[in-house]
Design a protein around this ligand. Structure first.
Ligand code: TTP
Length: 399
Protein backbone atom coordinates (compact mmCIF):
# COMPACT_ATOMS: atom_id res chain seq x y z
CA UNK A 1 0.00 0.00 0.00
CA UNK A 2 1.29 3.47 -0.88
CA UNK A 3 0.86 6.36 1.54
CA UNK A 4 0.46 9.95 0.35
CA UNK A 5 1.24 12.58 2.96
CA UNK A 6 -0.10 16.09 2.42
CA UNK A 7 2.70 18.38 3.49
CA UNK A 8 2.51 21.36 1.14
CA UNK A 9 0.47 23.75 3.31
CA UNK A 10 1.98 26.83 4.87
CA UNK A 11 0.30 26.49 8.25
CA UNK A 12 -0.86 30.07 8.71
CA UNK A 13 -2.38 29.21 12.08
CA UNK A 14 1.12 28.23 13.26
CA UNK A 15 2.62 31.62 12.46
CA UNK A 16 5.14 32.95 13.43
CA UNK A 17 6.67 29.47 13.89
CA UNK A 18 6.15 28.74 10.19
CA UNK A 19 7.77 31.96 8.96
CA UNK A 20 10.84 30.01 7.88
CA UNK A 21 9.77 26.36 8.05
CA UNK A 22 6.75 24.34 6.99
CA UNK A 23 4.30 23.32 9.69
CA UNK A 24 5.08 19.61 9.32
CA UNK A 25 8.72 20.26 10.27
CA UNK A 26 7.86 21.82 13.64
CA UNK A 27 9.40 19.73 16.41
CA UNK A 28 7.55 17.38 18.71
CA UNK A 29 9.92 15.60 21.13
CA UNK A 30 12.80 16.96 19.01
CA UNK A 31 11.61 15.31 15.76
CA UNK A 32 9.60 16.94 12.96
CA UNK A 33 5.92 16.25 13.59
CA UNK A 34 5.66 14.54 10.20
CA UNK A 35 8.36 12.04 11.14
CA UNK A 36 6.16 10.67 13.93
CA UNK A 37 3.34 10.14 11.44
CA UNK A 38 5.64 8.52 8.89
CA UNK A 39 7.04 6.18 11.56
CA UNK A 40 3.53 5.16 12.64
CA UNK A 41 2.74 4.34 8.99
CA UNK A 42 6.02 2.43 8.65
CA UNK A 43 5.24 0.41 11.78
CA UNK A 44 1.88 -0.36 10.14
CA UNK A 45 3.88 -1.97 7.31
CA UNK A 46 3.90 0.87 4.76
CA UNK A 47 7.23 1.43 3.02
CA UNK A 48 6.26 3.46 -0.08
CA UNK A 49 5.50 7.11 0.53
CA UNK A 50 4.61 10.06 -1.66
CA UNK A 51 5.22 13.40 0.04
CA UNK A 52 3.20 16.26 -1.44
CA UNK A 53 5.40 19.26 -0.75
CA UNK A 54 5.24 22.96 -1.54
CA UNK A 55 5.75 25.63 1.13
CA UNK A 56 9.23 25.11 2.61
CA UNK A 57 9.78 21.97 0.54
CA UNK A 58 13.57 22.27 0.57
CA UNK A 59 13.70 21.63 4.31
CA UNK A 60 11.47 18.55 4.00
CA UNK A 61 13.50 17.11 1.11
CA UNK A 62 16.78 17.81 2.92
CA UNK A 63 15.65 16.16 6.15
CA UNK A 64 13.95 13.03 4.78
CA UNK A 65 15.97 12.53 1.57
CA UNK A 66 14.91 9.35 -0.25
CA UNK A 67 13.84 7.79 3.05
CA UNK A 68 16.66 5.24 3.27
CA UNK A 69 17.68 6.26 6.80
CA UNK A 70 14.12 5.58 7.98
CA UNK A 71 13.89 2.29 6.06
CA UNK A 72 11.30 3.59 3.59
CA UNK A 73 11.11 4.84 0.01
CA UNK A 74 9.96 8.42 -0.57
CA UNK A 75 8.88 10.05 -3.83
CA UNK A 76 8.23 13.77 -3.82
CA UNK A 77 5.57 15.62 -5.80
CA UNK A 78 5.47 19.39 -5.69
CA UNK A 79 2.22 21.31 -5.39
CA UNK A 80 3.31 24.61 -6.93
CA UNK A 81 0.56 26.71 -5.35
CA UNK A 82 -1.32 25.75 -2.21
CA UNK A 83 -4.69 25.70 -3.96
CA UNK A 84 -6.40 23.32 -1.52
CA UNK A 85 -6.48 19.71 -0.37
CA UNK A 86 -8.17 18.34 -3.54
CA UNK A 87 -5.41 19.90 -5.60
CA UNK A 88 -2.79 18.45 -3.22
CA UNK A 89 -4.14 14.89 -3.56
CA UNK A 90 -4.39 15.40 -7.35
CA UNK A 91 -0.64 16.03 -7.47
CA UNK A 92 -0.13 12.38 -6.42
CA UNK A 93 -1.83 11.13 -9.63
CA UNK A 94 1.29 9.84 -11.38
CA UNK A 95 2.86 8.44 -8.22
CA UNK A 96 0.30 5.84 -7.12
CA UNK A 97 -0.69 2.63 -8.82
CA UNK A 98 -3.51 1.06 -6.77
CA UNK A 99 -5.47 1.83 -3.60
CA UNK A 100 -3.58 4.34 -1.46
CA UNK A 101 -3.77 6.03 1.90
CA UNK A 102 -3.82 9.81 2.24
CA UNK A 103 -2.83 11.43 5.53
CA UNK A 104 -2.78 15.11 6.44
CA UNK A 105 0.80 15.72 7.54
CA UNK A 106 -0.19 17.71 10.62
CA UNK A 107 -1.71 15.09 12.86
CA UNK A 108 -0.74 12.24 15.16
CA UNK A 109 -2.06 8.72 14.51
CA UNK A 110 -1.34 5.32 16.00
CA UNK A 111 0.05 2.49 13.89
CA UNK A 112 -2.87 0.23 14.86
CA UNK A 113 -5.36 2.60 13.22
CA UNK A 114 -3.27 2.85 10.06
CA UNK A 115 -3.00 -0.95 9.91
CA UNK A 116 -6.77 -1.27 10.26
CA UNK A 117 -7.34 1.37 7.55
CA UNK A 118 -5.05 -0.55 5.16
CA UNK A 119 -7.36 -3.57 5.53
CA UNK A 120 -10.55 -1.67 4.66
CA UNK A 121 -12.20 -1.49 1.25
CA UNK A 122 -11.85 1.86 -0.56
CA UNK A 123 -13.20 4.44 -0.29
CA UNK A 124 -12.92 5.24 3.42
CA UNK A 125 -12.75 8.39 5.49
CA UNK A 126 -11.37 8.17 9.03
CA UNK A 127 -13.60 9.73 11.65
CA UNK A 128 -13.08 10.67 15.27
CA UNK A 129 -14.92 12.53 18.01
CA UNK A 130 -13.99 15.91 19.45
CA UNK A 131 -15.35 18.50 21.87
CA UNK A 132 -14.74 21.19 19.23
CA UNK A 133 -16.59 19.88 16.19
CA UNK A 134 -17.25 23.44 15.02
CA UNK A 135 -13.57 23.68 13.98
CA UNK A 136 -13.75 20.67 11.63
CA UNK A 137 -15.80 18.92 8.97
CA UNK A 138 -18.71 17.35 10.86
CA UNK A 139 -19.95 14.00 9.55
CA UNK A 140 -23.05 11.87 10.02
CA UNK A 141 -22.73 8.09 9.69
CA UNK A 142 -25.43 5.47 9.05
CA UNK A 143 -24.70 1.76 8.72
CA UNK A 144 -21.00 2.46 8.26
CA UNK A 145 -21.56 4.96 5.42
CA UNK A 146 -20.88 8.68 5.66
CA UNK A 147 -24.23 10.31 4.92
CA UNK A 148 -23.29 14.00 5.31
CA UNK A 149 -20.24 16.20 5.70
CA UNK A 150 -20.50 19.83 6.73
CA UNK A 151 -17.42 22.06 7.04
CA UNK A 152 -16.91 24.18 10.19
CA UNK A 153 -20.58 24.44 11.10
CA UNK A 154 -21.51 26.93 13.86
CA UNK A 155 -24.09 24.46 15.11
CA UNK A 156 -22.54 21.01 14.50
CA UNK A 157 -25.07 18.18 14.22
CA UNK A 158 -22.72 15.75 16.01
CA UNK A 159 -19.28 15.54 17.59
CA UNK A 160 -18.07 13.14 14.88
CA UNK A 161 -15.59 14.71 12.47
CA UNK A 162 -13.45 14.06 9.40
CA UNK A 163 -9.98 13.23 10.79
CA UNK A 164 -8.07 13.97 7.57
CA UNK A 165 -7.04 10.36 6.79
CA UNK A 166 -8.44 8.38 3.87
CA UNK A 167 -8.20 5.19 1.86
CA UNK A 168 -8.74 5.98 -1.83
CA UNK A 169 -8.62 4.15 -5.11
CA UNK A 170 -7.25 5.95 -8.21
CA UNK A 171 -10.86 6.75 -9.25
CA UNK A 172 -10.66 9.66 -6.79
CA UNK A 173 -8.62 11.57 -9.39
CA UNK A 174 -11.61 11.84 -11.77
CA UNK A 175 -13.69 13.33 -8.96
CA UNK A 176 -10.87 15.73 -8.09
CA UNK A 177 -10.75 16.92 -11.72
CA UNK A 178 -14.37 18.02 -11.40
CA UNK A 179 -13.83 20.09 -8.23
CA UNK A 180 -14.25 23.86 -8.67
CA UNK A 181 -13.04 26.57 -6.26
CA UNK A 182 -15.07 26.82 -3.05
CA UNK A 183 -16.39 30.16 -1.69
CA UNK A 184 -13.04 30.57 0.12
CA UNK A 185 -11.27 30.05 -3.22
CA UNK A 186 -9.77 26.60 -2.50
CA UNK A 187 -10.12 23.28 -4.29
CA UNK A 188 -11.49 21.27 -1.38
CA UNK A 189 -11.20 17.50 -1.09
CA UNK A 190 -14.55 17.50 0.69
CA UNK A 191 -16.22 18.58 -2.60
CA UNK A 192 -14.90 15.43 -4.29
CA UNK A 193 -16.04 13.38 -1.30
CA UNK A 194 -19.55 14.88 -1.52
CA UNK A 195 -20.05 12.97 -4.78
CA UNK A 196 -19.11 9.69 -3.07
CA UNK A 197 -21.41 10.50 -0.15
CA UNK A 198 -24.34 11.06 -2.52
CA UNK A 199 -23.61 7.68 -4.12
CA UNK A 200 -23.31 6.01 -0.67
CA UNK A 201 -19.77 5.00 -1.61
CA UNK A 202 -17.85 6.59 1.27
CA UNK A 203 -17.32 4.33 4.29
CA UNK A 204 -16.48 5.59 7.76
CA UNK A 205 -13.44 4.20 9.56
CA UNK A 206 -13.44 5.08 13.24
CA UNK A 207 -10.05 5.94 14.81
CA UNK A 208 -9.07 4.93 18.34
CA UNK A 209 -6.60 7.84 18.68
CA UNK A 210 -6.12 11.15 16.86
CA UNK A 211 -4.45 14.43 17.58
CA UNK A 212 -4.64 17.45 15.31
CA UNK A 213 -1.64 19.78 15.49
CA UNK A 214 -2.91 22.96 13.87
CA UNK A 215 -2.15 25.67 16.46
CA UNK A 216 1.07 26.39 18.37
CA UNK A 217 -0.44 25.25 21.69
CA UNK A 218 -1.33 21.88 20.13
CA UNK A 219 2.42 21.29 19.90
CA UNK A 220 2.66 21.23 23.71
CA UNK A 221 0.04 18.52 24.04
CA UNK A 222 1.62 16.42 21.30
CA UNK A 223 5.07 16.95 22.84
CA UNK A 224 3.85 15.65 26.20
CA UNK A 225 2.21 12.59 24.71
CA UNK A 226 5.32 11.59 22.75
CA UNK A 227 7.78 12.28 25.56
CA UNK A 228 5.75 10.04 27.85
CA UNK A 229 6.39 7.06 25.56
CA UNK A 230 10.16 7.41 24.97
CA UNK A 231 12.75 5.67 27.22
CA UNK A 232 15.66 7.59 28.77
CA UNK A 233 18.95 7.70 26.89
CA UNK A 234 22.23 9.49 27.54
CA UNK A 235 24.73 10.23 24.79
CA UNK A 236 26.19 13.29 26.51
CA UNK A 237 28.08 14.10 29.72
CA UNK A 238 26.28 14.31 33.03
CA UNK A 239 28.43 15.84 35.77
CA UNK A 240 28.34 14.69 39.39
CA UNK A 241 25.67 16.49 41.37
CA UNK A 242 22.99 16.41 38.67
CA UNK A 243 19.55 14.99 39.56
CA UNK A 244 17.55 13.30 36.81
CA UNK A 245 14.02 12.09 37.53
CA UNK A 246 11.63 10.24 35.22
CA UNK A 247 12.48 10.03 31.52
CA UNK A 248 15.35 12.26 30.39
CA UNK A 249 17.06 12.01 26.99
CA UNK A 250 20.43 13.70 26.57
CA UNK A 251 21.83 14.08 23.05
CA UNK A 252 25.37 13.58 21.81
CA UNK A 253 27.82 16.29 22.84
CA UNK A 254 25.52 17.84 25.44
CA UNK A 255 26.79 18.60 28.94
CA UNK A 256 24.58 18.71 32.00
CA UNK A 257 26.45 20.66 34.66
CA UNK A 258 26.42 20.18 38.43
CA UNK A 259 23.44 21.28 40.48
CA UNK A 260 21.00 20.91 37.58
CA UNK A 261 17.68 19.25 38.49
CA UNK A 262 15.63 17.72 35.68
CA UNK A 263 12.19 16.23 36.22
CA UNK A 264 11.22 14.48 33.02
CA UNK A 265 9.84 13.71 30.68
CA UNK A 266 12.38 15.91 28.94
CA UNK A 267 14.53 15.63 25.86
CA UNK A 268 17.69 17.61 25.29
CA UNK A 269 19.19 17.69 21.80
CA UNK A 270 22.82 17.60 20.68
CA UNK A 271 25.60 19.94 21.83
CA UNK A 272 23.61 21.75 24.52
CA UNK A 273 25.01 23.30 27.69
CA UNK A 274 22.65 22.88 30.61
CA UNK A 275 23.39 24.46 34.01
CA UNK A 276 25.10 24.69 36.36
CA UNK A 277 21.99 24.87 38.57
CA UNK A 278 19.30 24.85 35.89
CA UNK A 279 15.83 23.50 36.74
CA UNK A 280 13.93 21.79 33.91
CA UNK A 281 10.48 20.30 34.35
CA UNK A 282 8.44 18.12 32.04
CA UNK A 283 7.28 17.93 29.49
CA UNK A 284 10.03 19.93 27.85
CA UNK A 285 11.93 19.50 24.59
CA UNK A 286 15.15 21.43 24.06
CA UNK A 287 16.61 21.35 20.53
CA UNK A 288 20.27 21.18 19.47
CA UNK A 289 22.93 23.79 20.39
CA UNK A 290 20.91 25.39 23.19
CA UNK A 291 22.20 26.91 26.42
CA UNK A 292 20.05 26.77 29.53
CA UNK A 293 22.11 28.39 32.24
CA UNK A 294 22.40 29.16 35.94
CA UNK A 295 19.07 29.52 37.78
CA UNK A 296 17.01 29.27 34.61
CA UNK A 297 13.77 27.30 34.94
CA UNK A 298 11.88 25.70 32.06
CA UNK A 299 8.57 23.92 32.31
CA UNK A 300 6.32 22.25 29.73
CA UNK A 301 7.89 24.06 26.80
CA UNK A 302 9.44 23.53 23.38
CA UNK A 303 12.71 25.32 22.78
CA UNK A 304 14.08 25.13 19.24
CA UNK A 305 17.69 24.87 18.05
CA UNK A 306 20.31 27.40 19.03
CA UNK A 307 18.27 29.31 21.62
CA UNK A 308 20.03 30.71 24.70
CA UNK A 309 18.27 30.98 28.05
CA UNK A 310 21.37 31.62 30.11
CA UNK A 311 20.72 33.38 33.44
CA UNK A 312 17.77 33.71 35.84
CA UNK A 313 15.03 33.08 33.25
CA UNK A 314 11.62 31.45 33.64
CA UNK A 315 9.81 29.95 30.68
CA UNK A 316 6.60 27.98 31.21
CA UNK A 317 4.06 26.45 28.80
CA UNK A 318 5.64 28.22 25.83
CA UNK A 319 7.00 27.56 22.37
CA UNK A 320 10.25 29.34 21.56
CA UNK A 321 11.68 29.38 18.02
CA UNK A 322 15.29 28.88 17.02
CA UNK A 323 18.17 31.28 17.57
CA UNK A 324 16.48 33.35 20.31
CA UNK A 325 18.40 35.01 23.11
CA UNK A 326 16.96 35.76 26.54
CA UNK A 327 18.67 38.53 28.52
CA UNK A 328 19.35 37.79 32.19
CA UNK A 329 16.17 37.88 34.25
CA UNK A 330 13.71 37.81 31.33
CA UNK A 331 10.63 35.77 32.24
CA UNK A 332 7.39 34.60 30.68
CA UNK A 333 4.13 34.54 32.68
CA UNK A 334 1.90 31.53 32.10
CA UNK A 335 -1.19 31.93 34.31
CA UNK A 336 -3.84 34.66 34.46
CA UNK A 337 -4.83 35.92 37.91
CA UNK A 338 -8.48 35.11 37.13
CA UNK A 339 -7.43 31.61 35.98
CA UNK A 340 -9.41 32.12 32.74
CA UNK A 341 -8.32 30.39 29.54
CA UNK A 342 -5.35 32.12 27.95
CA UNK A 343 -6.09 33.86 24.64
CA UNK A 344 -3.42 34.38 21.98
CA UNK A 345 -4.12 37.08 19.38
CA UNK A 346 -7.87 36.67 20.02
CA UNK A 347 -7.79 32.86 19.82
CA UNK A 348 -8.74 30.74 22.80
CA UNK A 349 -5.95 28.28 23.59
CA UNK A 350 -8.45 26.38 25.80
CA UNK A 351 -5.63 26.22 28.33
CA UNK A 352 -5.51 27.74 31.79
CA UNK A 353 -1.74 27.73 31.60
CA UNK A 354 -0.06 29.08 28.53
CA UNK A 355 2.90 31.39 28.19
CA UNK A 356 4.00 32.70 24.80
CA UNK A 357 4.64 31.78 21.18
CA UNK A 358 7.97 33.24 20.13
CA UNK A 359 9.25 33.20 16.55
CA UNK A 360 12.83 32.59 15.45
CA UNK A 361 15.68 34.96 16.24
CA UNK A 362 13.92 37.09 18.91
CA UNK A 363 16.30 39.03 21.18
CA UNK A 364 15.33 40.08 24.71
CA UNK A 365 17.33 42.55 26.79
CA UNK A 366 17.69 41.92 30.51
CA UNK A 367 14.64 41.78 32.77
CA UNK A 368 11.96 41.80 30.10
CA UNK A 369 8.51 40.62 31.27
CA UNK A 370 6.47 38.67 28.74
CA UNK A 371 2.79 38.45 29.68
CA UNK A 372 0.55 35.36 29.28
CA UNK A 373 -0.69 34.74 25.75
CA UNK A 374 1.90 36.88 23.99
CA UNK A 375 2.83 36.11 20.40
CA UNK A 376 6.09 37.56 19.11
CA UNK A 377 7.04 37.60 15.42
CA UNK A 378 10.48 36.49 14.25
CA UNK A 379 13.52 38.70 14.75
CA UNK A 380 11.83 41.15 17.09
CA UNK A 381 14.15 42.92 19.55
CA UNK A 382 13.33 44.28 22.99
CA UNK A 383 15.27 46.74 25.15
CA UNK A 384 15.96 45.89 28.81
CA UNK A 385 12.93 46.04 31.15
CA UNK A 386 10.34 46.00 28.36
CA UNK A 387 6.87 44.71 29.32
CA UNK A 388 5.70 42.66 26.34
CA UNK A 389 2.14 41.54 25.63
CA UNK A 390 -0.36 40.99 22.83
CA UNK A 391 0.64 40.29 19.23
CA UNK A 392 4.01 41.68 18.26
CA UNK A 393 4.87 41.79 14.55
CA UNK A 394 8.06 40.37 13.09
CA UNK A 395 11.18 42.55 13.19
CA UNK A 396 9.55 44.91 15.73
CA UNK A 397 12.25 46.84 17.58
CA UNK A 398 11.49 48.29 21.02
CA UNK A 399 14.37 50.57 22.03
P1 TTP B 1 -4.84 22.75 6.43
O1 TTP B 1 -4.51 22.53 7.87
O2 TTP B 1 -6.24 22.99 6.08
O3 TTP B 1 -3.97 23.94 5.82
P2 TTP B 1 -2.52 24.40 6.20
O4 TTP B 1 -1.61 23.25 6.49
O5 TTP B 1 -2.03 25.31 5.13
O6 TTP B 1 -2.69 25.17 7.59
P3 TTP B 1 -3.42 26.57 7.92
O7 TTP B 1 -4.89 26.30 7.85
O8 TTP B 1 -2.94 26.87 9.31
O9 TTP B 1 -2.93 27.58 6.93
O10 TTP B 1 -4.33 21.52 5.56
C1 TTP B 1 -4.57 20.17 5.88
C2 TTP B 1 -3.42 19.36 5.35
O11 TTP B 1 -3.32 19.48 3.93
C3 TTP B 1 -2.10 19.78 5.90
O12 TTP B 1 -1.34 18.62 6.14
C4 TTP B 1 -1.47 20.59 4.78
C5 TTP B 1 -2.07 20.01 3.54
N1 TTP B 1 -2.30 20.95 2.44
C6 TTP B 1 -1.60 20.78 1.25
O13 TTP B 1 -0.74 19.90 1.14
N2 TTP B 1 -1.86 21.63 0.21
C7 TTP B 1 -2.80 22.62 0.30
O14 TTP B 1 -3.01 23.34 -0.70
C8 TTP B 1 -3.52 22.78 1.54
C9 TTP B 1 -4.53 23.87 1.69
C10 TTP B 1 -3.23 21.92 2.58
Amino acid sequence: MECVILAAGEGKRMRPLTAKRPKVMLPIANRPMMEHLVMAAREAGITDFVFIVGYGEREIRRYFGDGTTLGIHIEYATQRQQRGTADAVGVARNHVTGPFIVLNGDMVLKKEDITALCHRKPTCMCTTTTDHAEDYGVVMVENGHITSLEEKSRHPKSNLINAGAYLFSPEIFDLIDAVRPSPRGELELTDALAVLIARKQLYSHSLTYWMDVGHPWDLLEANTSFLETIPSTNEGIIEDGVTLKNTVLVGEGSVIKAGTYIEGPCTIGKNCRIGPHAYIRGATSIGDDCHIGHCSELKNSIIMNGTKIPHFNYIGDSIVGSGCNFGAGTKIANLRHDHANVQVCGKDTRRKKFGAVIGDGVQFGINCSVNVGTMIGSEAQFAPNTVIEGCIGEKTIIR
